[in-house]
Design a protein around this ligand. Sequence first.
Ligand SMILES: Nc1nc2c(c(=O)[nH]1)N[C@H]1C(S)=C(S)[C@@H](COP(=O)(O)OP(=O)(O)OC[C@H]3O[C@@H](n4cnc5c(=O)[nH]c(N)nc54)[C@H](O)[C@@H]3O)O[C@H]1N2
Ligand SMILES: Nc1nc2c(c(=O)[nH]1)N[C@H]1C(S)=C(S)[C@@H](COP(=O)(O)OP(=O)(O)OC[C@H]3O[C@@H](n4cnc5c(=O)[nH]c(N)nc54)[C@H](O)[C@@H]3O)O[C@H]1N2
Ligand code: SF4
Ligand SMILES: [Mo]
Length: 710
Amino acid sequence: MCNDKIQELKQAMIPGEDTGITVKRTICGFCGEQCIVDAYMKDGKIIKVEGSNDLGAANQGTLCVKGAALKQSLYHPDRLLYPMKRVGKRGEGRFERITWEEAMDTIAAKMQETKEKHGAKHTMVYAGHPKWFRHQLGELCNAYGTPNYGSESSACAYAVMLAQECIFGKTGRFTRPDMPKVKTLLIWGVNQMYSRANTGSKGYLSMVERGVNVIVVDSRHTPTTDHATLHLQPIPGTDGALALSMAHVILKEGLENREYIEKYTEGFEAFAEYAMQFTPERAEEITGVPAELIVKAARMLAANGPIGLQMSASPMVHHINGVQNVRAISALILLTGSFGVEGGTGGPGPGRAGFKNGFLSNPLHRVDADQDLSHKEFPAWAVGNFYEAQVTRMADYLSGKGEYPIHTLIAFGMNHHMWPQPSNIEAAFENLDFFVNVDMYKTETCDYADIILPAATALEREQLLMMGRGMVVDLQPIIEPMGEVRNDMDIILDLAGRLGLEVGDPVLKSYEDFLHMSLSTTGLSLEELRAAPDGLPNAAKPVMRTSEMILSNIKTPSGKMEFASRLLADCDMPYHDALPIYRDFREVLPMDEYPLILCTGCRKPQLFHKRTYRLPWINNLEETPVIELHPETAKELGIADGETVVLRTPIGAMEMTLVYDTSGLPGVVHVYHGAKDKDINEILDQNYYDPISGFPGYKSYCCRLEKKEG
Ligand SMILES: Nc1nc2c(c(=O)[nH]1)N[C@H]1C(S)=C(S)[C@@H](COP(=O)(O)OP(=O)(O)OC[C@H]3O[C@@H](n4cnc5c(=O)[nH]c(N)nc54)[C@H](O)[C@@H]3O)O[C@H]1N2
Ligand SMILES: Nc1nc2c(c(=O)[nH]1)N[C@H]1C(S)=C(S)[C@@H](COP(=O)(O)OP(=O)(O)OC[C@H]3O[C@@H](n4cnc5c(=O)[nH]c(N)nc54)[C@H](O)[C@@H]3O)O[C@H]1N2
Ligand code: SF4
Ligand SMILES: [Mo]
C-alpha cells in the first residue's frame, strides 16, 4: 500500500474536528467482566473499539477477542430491532413486524388469560444468562403469582452455592479467597485466563507475581495451570475422591487444625472415618492423579494454611456427583481451619458493596415456592431457597410431564440449546399456548416463540457500575437505540403496568425509577452521578466483618459448620447423604460400549456459549466444533489429526473433525457446546443429572469414536 493511502487510513481513525471522530466511553457488556471500552464514533456510529484505561478499569486498556469484535456483534444483521409476531410454524423463523403496543397488549392479555383459566403457576417465567434484571423479574412473578420462575442458574453457580451452604451455612455460600492477604490459593477447576479473560486473569497473575503458593486442580493443562506451584490433573468428575484422599493424608498425618474443628464444626468424626477409606493409592486408581502428588498437595495445604479456595460457578458441578464433590473439596477448608479467617476463605473484611436489589443482593422470597414444579424432586434446592425454581427438566415441564402443565412461557434471553437434548425442548414448545422471548438477536430460540421483543445492548442504555476501589459510575448510552429496541427493565415494568401489578419497593414505574432505587444503597443521587462522568466514591461505608462475627454466625441448621450436612439428611431422599459420599459416575454409564469420557464446554477465550458463533471474526479463528483428544488415544484408535470421525453417545451420533490436543488426559474427549447444526448438547442425555442439584452431567458423560465409513 502506498504511503498516502496509509496516511489516509490512519487519519480516518484519528479523533478531531477535521476527521469528525470522537471517542466515547462505554462498556463491553458481553460477559460479566465489566471491561471499559473507548469507542471511536463517527456520524453516530462506532467505527472501532479499544480497551480503555479510564475509571481505574481492571481491563487496563485491553479487550479480549470477544470484546474486540464488539462492533461486529452490535451491528450484526441478526440483531432483533422490532417487536415481531410469528407467521410461520414454530421453528421456521417466519415473523412479521408489529407495534410495541400490540405486542405488549397481547402478552399481558395472554398472561391474564392463563391466570384466569388455569392459575398463575401455569405460566413459567425464565431468564437466560443475563442477570441485571433478574430481581425485578422475580418481583413481577411474585406480583403475578407464579412460583415457576427459573433461569440459566439451574445449570450454573447455584449448585456450588447449595453445596457450600450445606457446609459453611447460608452466609458462606459461594466462597471467595481473601485475595489481598492469601498466601496459599487452592484453585479448583477454574481457568480464569480464559473465562475471566481480562480482570480475572490480571488478578491471578498479580497473585503469582506476589509469590502466592498456587495449587490448581484442573483436568487439563491451561494457562492457569502453567503458573501454578502444583498442578493436579484428575479425570473429570472424580474430584470428590481426590479431595477425600487429601483429607485422608491430612488426618493420617495429624495435620488437621483440631482446635478450629472442635470449636466451629460438627460431624468431624464420621467424616474422618469415611475419608480414611480414600488412601492415596485408591484415589490414584479412581482419579488418575499419582498417589505421591496427592500426598504432596495435602501436606502443602496443611503446612501453608489458611487456604484461599477459589471455585468456579460451573465445571465442578457439571457432574452427576457435583454437589457431593464440592462438599468434599470444601471440607479441606474446615480441616485446615481456613473458613472465616484472614488470608483464608470467606474471610473478614468489608462486606460487598452492591446496588439495591441487584442480582442476589437481597433475598427474594417466591410466592407459593412449595408449589413450583421442581419442589418435590429437588428438596435441597427448595430449602436452600435460590429465589428460583430448578428448571433442568424444562423439556418435561413444557411438554406437560411435570406435576401440572405449563401453558405460557415468558422468557428473557432464553437459549434452549444450553440444555441437554434441546430438540426435546423444541418439541415441547409445541405444547405451549403462548411463548414470548426477549433477546438482542433473532436466535434459534426466538424462532419458536409467538412474539419476540428486541432488547437493548449495554451500549444502548444508561447504566450504573460499581467499579473496584469503591467508585460508582453512571455510563450514558453511546448510540441511539437501534430500531425500536428497549431495555429489559422497561419491558418488565411496562408489562407489570398493563397487568395492573406493582414491582419494586418503592414501586418502580420507569427505568429512571430503577436507577434511583439501585443507588439507594450508595448515598449518591442519580443527578450528581450524571454530572460526574468519572464517577463518585460510594458514600455508604461497607460493613466490616471480623473473623469473630463470621464464625459466631454460621447459618447452618446446627449453627456450626457441618462436615455432615443436616440440610441434606433432612431431605430424606436417595443420594442426599449427610457425608460427602463419593459416587463414581462411570458406575452408572455404559462404559463398556462407550469407553471414552466426554467433557463438554470447557471455556475457550473466543467462544461464549451460543452467542459467538454468529461473529465472522471469531468463527474464522478455528473450526467449530472440534473434538479435542490426546494423540495417545487417537493413535490407539487409528485416527489422524484433522480426520472427520463419528462421535457416538448412548443418545446419538455426530460427525466432527478431530484435532490432537495434549491439554487433556488420554481417554477424555473435549467438545465445546452450542455450535449451529452440531451442538454436542443434542447427544447428551437430559435425564443424566445430579439428583441433589439437578445440574446436567455436561462434563463427565461417555462416548466412543468411530472412523467414518467409506
Ligand atoms: N470465554 C468465555 N468465558 C466465559 C464463558 C464462556 O462461555 N466463554 N462462560 C461464563 C460462564 S457461564 C461460566 S459458568 C464460567 C466458567 O468458568 P470456568 O470455571 O473457568 O470454566 P471452564 O473452562 O468450563 O472450567 C475451568 C477448568 O476446569 C477444568 N475442568 C473441567 N471439568 C473438570 C473436572 O471435573 N475436574 C477438574 N478438576 N477440572 C475440571 C477444565 O479443564 C477447565 O480448564 O465462564 C464464564 N466465562
Ligand atoms: N454442554 C454444555 N452446556 C452448557 C455448559 C457447558 O459447559 N457445557 N455451560 C452451562 C452454563 S455454565 C451456562 S451459564 C449456560 C449458558 O446460559 P445461556 O443462557 O445459554 O447463555 P448465553 O447463550 O450466553 O445467553 C443466552 C441469551 O441471552 C441473550 N442476552 C444476553 N444479554 C441479554 C440481555 O441483557 N437481555 C436479554 N433479553 N437477552 C440477553 C443472548 O443474546 C443469548 O441469546 O450454558 C450451560 N450449558
Ligand atoms: S472479558 Fe472480553 S467479553 Fe468480557 S467484558 Fe471484557 S472484553 Fe468483553
Ligand atoms: Mo455459567
